[in-house]
Design a protein around this ligand. Structure first.
Ligand SMILES: Nc1ncnc2c1ncn2[C@@H]1O[C@H](COP(=O)(O)OP(=O)(O)OP(=O)(O)O)[C@@H](O)[C@H]1O
Ligand SMILES: [Mg+2]
Length: 388
């Protein structure tokens, strides 16, 4: 469990709106949320309450035509704090896929049908960790040079030295003129083979960690040749390739069958332990939350209404909406209990507490003034006038 003082990401007063023909959709209205180091934080809530918009806003990519109007997303790494929403585009590219990566509901959407699985994962590695792999290729070449010299093959040693020269210039400058020229000359182009071999080894290792059987074979397959569960594993491999500090998972198992779902959940849990990443796990499914989350935030209509540790929330749900969500879990012999009414249209959300039109406990004040988040126990926050 994470230490409480150890915050990785802090979302402060985040406001996101969509400007549409029907009006302004107030998708997020002042979200405050913290993600601790090495914890799994769940976000639950009905469809359309803003879970995905929150996730995408953390990497400053609200789905178009969404606009981040206000707020901060503070990322604490290596002893410094940066506001992701204020970073210039080049720095953002560095954060996405490197410090923070994301997996989505449909694995096929994250995979390019034109490239093999292996090449796509290798691409992520070379994009974010090129230096490490170029250095590894150089080290191998130096061993090759030595071996060639020992065996008296001075021509081979010369060739390897030429390749090593290209790698050294790449280390100095990723867009090195020398390397670009070499890529156009048939004989010199072979310098890439060393780097490709190093990358292949790393990717195969990653695929093996994802418990993919026959990782060597899968490296050369195209996405359509894999099942949904295998595709999702490949996407997770891609997401974890750079050991991100935060993995955002937006309903990653919804399109999979239950046994594969259980395997993927196991995998995410084990990998989190191994890499020490934090996970933001978005789902409708409270069973999944109980299974893998340390803490949970409950969202309703673009706001967070309750945050607590998972055990505490299951034992003592305080917000009437959270209770209604628990009530709605189907149980044998009790029939199906749905929450009355629907999620409000966020073009004109109700005034006061947004849940009040559906709330059994609502009183006058609930329709007049939005309740503030209050502390209702150790690490338990709730926004409701009547939670007692
Ligand atoms: N591209 C868009 N254009 C206009 N409105 C949008 C767009 N994307 C999302 N919204 C609105 O933003 C709100 C939040 O949507 P979001 O996708 O975050 O919901 P969600 O909680 O992820 O739902 P689900 O569980 O169905 O994935 C919704 O009211 C939705 O209508
Ligand atoms: Mg969503």
């Amino acid at each position: 469990m994470a230490k409480k003082s150890d915050t990785l990401v802090q979302i402060r007063d985040l406001v996101v709106r969509f400007y549409t023909y029907e009006g302004i959709v107030k998708a997020l209205s002042g979200i405050n949320l913290e993600i601790q180091r090495e914890e799994t934080l769940g976000i639950v809530g009905e469809t359309g309450c803003g879970k995905s918009v929150t996730a995408f806003s953390i990497i400053a990519l609200p789905p178009p035509p969404g606009r981040i109007e206000r707020g901060e997303v503070l990322l604490n790494t290596n002893g410094s704090t940066i506001d992701i929403l204020k970073l210039p585009r080049e720095r953002l590219q560095d954060i996405r896929g490197h410090k923070i990566s994301m997996i989505l509901q449909e694995p096929s959407a994250a995979l390019n049908p034109l490239f093999t699985i292996g090449d796509q994962i290798a691409e992520v590695l070379i994009r974010h960790r090129s230096e490490t792999f170029i250095k590894m290729a150089l080290e191998e070449l130096e061993r090759d040079i030595e071996a060639a010299e020992k065996s008296g093959s001075s021509f081979r040693a010369w060739v390897y030295r030429t390749y090593a020269g290209i790698y050294r210039s790449l280390l100095k400058n990723r867009r090195s003129l020398k390397a670009r020229a070499a890529s156009r000359i048939p004989f010199l182009r072979r310098y890439r083979r060393k780097l490709d071999a190093v990358l292949r080894k790393e990717v195969v290792g990653l695929l093996r960690e994802m418990r993919i059987a026959n990782p060597e074979g899968v490296f050369d397959l195209y996405p359509h040749e894999l099942s949904g569960g295998m595709q999702q594993r490949a996407v997770i491999a891609m997401a974890l390739a750079c050991r991100p500090k935060l993995l955002i998972a937006d309903e990653p198992t919804t399109s999979l069958d239950v046994t594969v779902q259980a395997q993927i959940l196991d995998l995410i849990r084990d990998l989190k332990e191994e890499f020490g990443s934090s996970v933001l796990y978005i789902t409708h499914n409270l069973g999944v939350v109980a299974e893998i989350c340390d803490r949970v935030a409950v969202m309703y209509a673009g706001q967070i209404c309750e945050v607590a540790e998972v055990k505490e929330l299951f034992k003592r749900p305080l917000h009437p909406y959270t209770r209604a969500l628990f009530e709605a879990i189907p149980r044998p012999g009790r029939g199906f209990v749905s929450i009355k009414g629907t999620v409000p249209n966020l073009v004109n959300p109700p005034p006061g507490c947004r849940f009040h039109p559906r709330c059994p406990r609502a009183t006058k004040i609930c329709s007049q003034e939005a309740p503030k988040m209050v502390k209702a126990g150790r690490d338990h926050l709730v926004a409701c006038y009547h939670y007692r």
